[in-house]
Write a protein that binds this ligand. Sequence first.
Ligand code: CYC
Length: 161
Amino acid sequence: MQDAITAVINSADVQGKYLDGSAMDKLKGYFETGELRVRAASVISANAAAIVRDAVAKALLYSDVTRPGGNMYTTRRYAACIRDLDYFLRYATYAMLAGDPSILDERVLNGLKETYNSLGVPISSTVQAIQAMKEVTGALVGPGADKEMGVYFDYTSSGLS
Ligand SMILES: CCC1=C(C)/C(=C/C2=NC(=C\c3[nH]c(/C=C4\NC(=O)[C@H](C)[C@H]4CC)c(C)c3CCC(=O)O)/C(CCC(=O)O)=C2C)NC1=O
């Protein structure tokens, strides 16, 4: 896993150089949003179950996936879907705190598309649910933090697409 600081330092180290202006600007941006990120993470962790519930209501309930024959039909599969959304939310929050998406590649996206395809989990509905979580979370954490989180919901969505 990388974070905004190690990403900038590793790339300077590869070139055997001190940080240049643009690297310093990246770090500055990261430090300046530090408090915003920590505050957003604590709001999200206090409301995680509600965020997932609202996103499911917005994007999935009463659609084909929850009807008989749909991939969320049966309580076991419904629960698996809720759990997956909770993973996406938690790891997006970690990535937002780190200011770097590598944790999503390593722990969430690695092999996930193949797993979903082999189990018949519909990717488009999953992406819709992730986008619904982005909206619900954004409204909750407020301006600024909504953008910081949005990056990682989008990263997960495009990693699955
Ligand atoms: C921490 C990283 C991590 C992730 C991301 C993860 C995902 C993940 N989701 C799975 C299943 C599943 N995922 C879903 C999800 C959905 N079905 C829908 O129709 C909805 C659109 C969607 C929810 C948004 C369902 C229903 C299953 C069970 C499928 C089955 O067994 O038939 C499975 C197969 C094994 C299992 O059932 O537990 C994995 C590995 N596991 C992990 O360890």
